[in-house]
Design a protein around this ligand. Structure first.
Ligand code: ZN
Length: 149
């Protein structure tokens, strides 16, 4: 279940082209498989359930409830400089689960299982490949939408 988890999630342009534009517009998108209706967040071009490559984008609210969390003290290679950090698994309001880091709006001692969270995209689009990672923030947290005009 952690195979797509990372500090930075690379989304290749070739497969999910429109995703970059949605992010620039500040929209949080997932994908839904056209064959089996499985929902993925972040978007996936290939269905995890049935391997179909036919998908459509769906807009996600980013509303979520904390399912579980853990504090990483002994970090894996490449993450040593940021340890300790806290990652959580949430149940998404729409469907499915997502893994992300806790952002700056939440203190460690406020974290409890079942709490409401907002998934916020952190976008780096000045590079050739768009990079995005997600953080959990307090409900109602908004994020900066890049002016794409
Ligand atoms: Zn499918």
């Amino acid at each position: 279940m952690f195979k797509w988890f990372g500090k930075v999630n690379y989304t290749p342009y070739t497969k999910v082209n429109d995703f970059a534009q949605y992010l620039k517009d500040g929209r949080l998108m997932g994908t839904r498989c056209k064959k089996c209706q499985a929902t993925s967040f972040p978007p996936r071009a290939d269905c995890e359930e049935c391997m179909s490559d036919e998908f459509e984008f769906i807009e996600m609210s980013g509303k979520a409830q904390l399912h579980t969390f853990t504090k990483i003290v002994a970090a894996p290679t490449g993450f040593e400089d940021v340890a300790p950090y806290i990652v959580g698994v949430v149940d998404l309001a729409e469907a499915g689960r997502a893994v992300a880091w806790f952002g700056e709006t939440i203190d460690e001692d406020e974290i409890e299982i079942g709490m409401d969270l907002q998934i916020v995209p952190q976008i780096f689009d000045e590079l050739e490949d768009i990079k995005v990672y997600y953080s959990f923030e307090k409900p109602g947290t908004t994020w900066v939408k890049t002016d794409s005009s």
